[in-house]
Design a protein around this ligand. Structure first.
Ligand code: AMP
Length: 228
């Protein structure tokens, strides 16, 4: 049976995608959100939009992102709270890139309780550090629709052009090799502790993110279906 026909219900909860940059969280979060018709909440995408629109928040976070550092919790949490309190989130949503620190996770659990949600489901994308580097430096993103490619593992049909809309494929400013090291350090120091945090709470489910996109998608959907 096609996965689409097996997922008519709503998510009715927060699903968190946790893992190093380049592990495939964005690709799979978009898939899950589409399948369950739930909002895909990527804090990285939200910040990039603020930067490209030149909003005051964008001006504040631009140099931080360019260095590969994490944006301070105060800015992230305000943006997330405002977003999940919008009506389109009332039947569940998919977080991609949030929470990134234990403090963010603790705040989120209060926020979810206050808004009547059950505890989140956490999908952990486990990936060997060597592959992480290849995934990040090979990533290209469509300037028009945001579709994600990888020049090594998922190249477009025509070099530099999106298969969907022909949009130009670009490399994210923070995917350049010189910014990758600080991003990975931030992940190891601040975000990786969330793996044991959520595991202790019994919320964490691992996927082997080294597999193909289709395989990872199946692992991920299996977890979501089995933890209703
Ligand atoms: P991402 O697209 O998830 O890799 O995020 C890109 C950049 O946005 C990160 O390197 C951070 O500078 C910032 N960012 C995104 N999400 C968060 C978050 N939850 N906490 C702090 N900074 C974040």
């Amino acid at each position: 049976m096609a996965p689409e026909s097996r997922a008519p219900e709503r998510l009715d909860r927060a699903v968190i995608f946790l893992g190093p940059p380049g592990a495939g969280k964005g690709t799979q979060a978009k898939e899950l959100a589409k399948l369950y018709r739930a909002p895909h909440l990527s804090t990285g995408d939200m910040f990039r939009e603020h930067v490209s629109l030149g909003t005051p928040l964008g001006e504040q976070v631009k140099p931080i992102m360019a260095r590969g550092d994490l944006v301070p919790d105060s800015l992230v949490l305000k943006m997330v709270r405002e977003r999940i309190e919008r009506p389109d989130c009332s039947h569940g949503f998919v977080f991609d890139g949030f929470p990134r620190t234990v403090a963010q996770a603790q705040y989120l659990s209060v926020l979810l309780r206050q808004n009547g949600y059950r505890p989140p489901l956490v999908v952990h994308f486990a990936l060997d550090p060597v592959l992480v580097l290849k995934r990040i430096t090979g990533r290209r993103v469509c300037k028009v629709g945001g579709e994600i490619y990888n020049i090594y593992e998922r190249p477009p049909k025509v070099e530099g052009r999106c298969d969907n809309d022909g949009g130009e494929l670009i490399q994210r400013a923070d995917d350049r090799e010189e910014v990758v090291a600080p991003r990975l350090q931030a992940y190891e120091k601040l975000t990786e502790p969330l793996v044991s945090y959520y595991r202790r709470l019994g919320r964490l489910h691992d996927v082997d993110a080294s597999k193909s996109i289709d395989d990872v998608r199946e692992q991920m959907l299996e977890i979501v279906r089995n933890s209703r």
